[in-house]
Design a protein around this ligand. Structure first.
Ligand SMILES: Cc1cc2nc3c(=O)[nH]c(=O)nc-3n(C[C@H](O)[C@H](O)[C@H](O)COP(=O)(O)OP(=O)(O)OC[C@H]3O[C@@H](n4cnc5c(N)ncnc54)[C@H](O)[C@@H]3O)c2cc1C
Length: 332
């Protein structure tokens, strides 16, 4: 058990998360001279983009940019203006009062007037050998991000919900063929999404099936083995693309009971602002967004959260000035 120590002083802003949302919030609050303290996580510093190679859709990089390089640059830019980075996890929070407290894994309690939550969400995995190693080498969780790299390829999409249908339909723009693999005999997707997928000549379906094995050759995806869940029979599928669309898990366990979450666990904000149900607490990036989930949308909402935090702090200062002025005019 760590010894709990408390830092002196109260910060203007603490940011939890070091993905595009967290680093952008850090840049904006640092340039507003709010001296943000950023907790980036012990293992996952830089967020989801550090697990990919080429990013071709972040504006400003006509030749594309390596995911880890983009994140290092975002970090350096925020640090240049005074953001303080701590590569550690936050393990406990109390966000309910005027002064929020967050406790890091070393047991130190940090206090702030505002907190920006930008903890992202994790893609659900099949948990098969080679799945992680082949990320960006044939295995993907995001058609919008990677579809372009799969021209004229045979692709398999795993999942039966709206996201899987959307990914499959989108991928037909590039792919030669798309096989949707689903564990059940009926899809979970809405009827309109199902109809669109069924009507697409490039899409075929493997129902009652799951991926039993991911094949690898020269550090690239070289096919998958499908297993019929009813008969147990297996068969090879010669694909060079595997898109996994079985859902996401927003990282909100830490905030449950304090911040309002939707049924899927995403942080609820008063859109288009980033305000949560608690004054002084803001949510940004994929921890809020279950629809778009892109680096640029996460960065955009990180900016919004920073501006919301700035305005909240300015209003606090105004209120204090008025209270102080009222006190000084009271005659006894
Ligand atoms: C393989 C892959 C490829 C992708 N390719 C693209 C692409 O080409 N283009 C594109 O636009 N998007 C792409 N995306 C999506 C993009 O990465 C995400 O939309 C984006 O990173 C979300 O940013 P975020 O800041 O909300 O969260 P994340 O990037 O997920 O960052 C969350 C951060 O929170 C931190 N954290 C979590 N819990 C705690 C805690 N308790 N304490 C402290 N820190 C914590 C983590 O360490 C992490 O730093 C890709 C995603 C993946 C996985």
């Amino acid at each position: 058990m760590n010894t709990v120590t408390e830092t002196d002083g109260i910060r203007e802003v603490i940011i939890i998360g070091s993905g595009p949302a967290g680093y952008t919030a850090a840049l904006y609050t640092a340039r507003a001279e709010l001296k943000p303290l950023v907790f980036g996580g012990a293992i996952f510093v830089g967020g989801a983009l550090t697990t990919t190679t080429e990013v071709e859709n972040f504006p400003g990089f006509p030749e594309g940019v390596d995911g880890p390089v983009l994140m290092e640059n975002m970090r350096a830019q925020a640090e240049k203006f005074g953001a303080e980075m701590v590569d550690d996890d936050i393990v406990e929070v109390d966000l309910t009062g005027d002064i929020k407290t967050v406790t890091d894994a070393a047991g130190t309690v940090h206090r702030a007037k505002t907190v920006i939550v930008a903890t992202g969400s994790g893609y659900r995995k099949l948990n098969l050998p080679s799945e992680d190693e082949l990320s960006g080498r044939g295995v993907s969780w995001c058609a919008t991000c990677d579809g372009f790299f799969f021209r004229d390829r045979d692709i398999v999409v795993v999942g039966g919900g709206d996201t899987a249908m959307e990914e499959a339909t989108f991928l037909t723009r590039f792919a030669r063929s798309v096989t949707v693999v689903h564990r059940r005999s009926v899809l979970r997707a809405s009827q309109v999404m199902q109809n669109r997928a069924f009507a697409d000549d490039k899409i075929s379906f493997a129902f009652d099936s799951e991926i039993a094995e991911i094949k690898e050759e020269d550090s690239k995806l070289a096919g998958v083995v499908l297993r019929d869940v009813l008969t147990g029979k297996t068969r090879d599928l010669g694909v060079t693309g595997l898109f996994i669309a079985i859902g996401h898990d927003p990282r909100t366990e830490l905030f449950a009971g304090q911040l309002d979450l939707d049924a899927a666990g995403y942080l609820k904000v008063a859109s288009p602002s980033t305000r949560t149900n608690l004054p002084g607490v803001f949510g940004a990036g994929d921890v809020v967004d279950h629809i778009y989930r892109q680096a640029i949308t996460a960065a955009g909402s990180g900016c919004t959260a920073a501006l919301d935090a700035e305005r909240y702090l300015a209003a606090l200062t105004d209120t204090k000035k008025i209270t102080d002025a009222n006190k000084s005019t009271v005659t006894v």
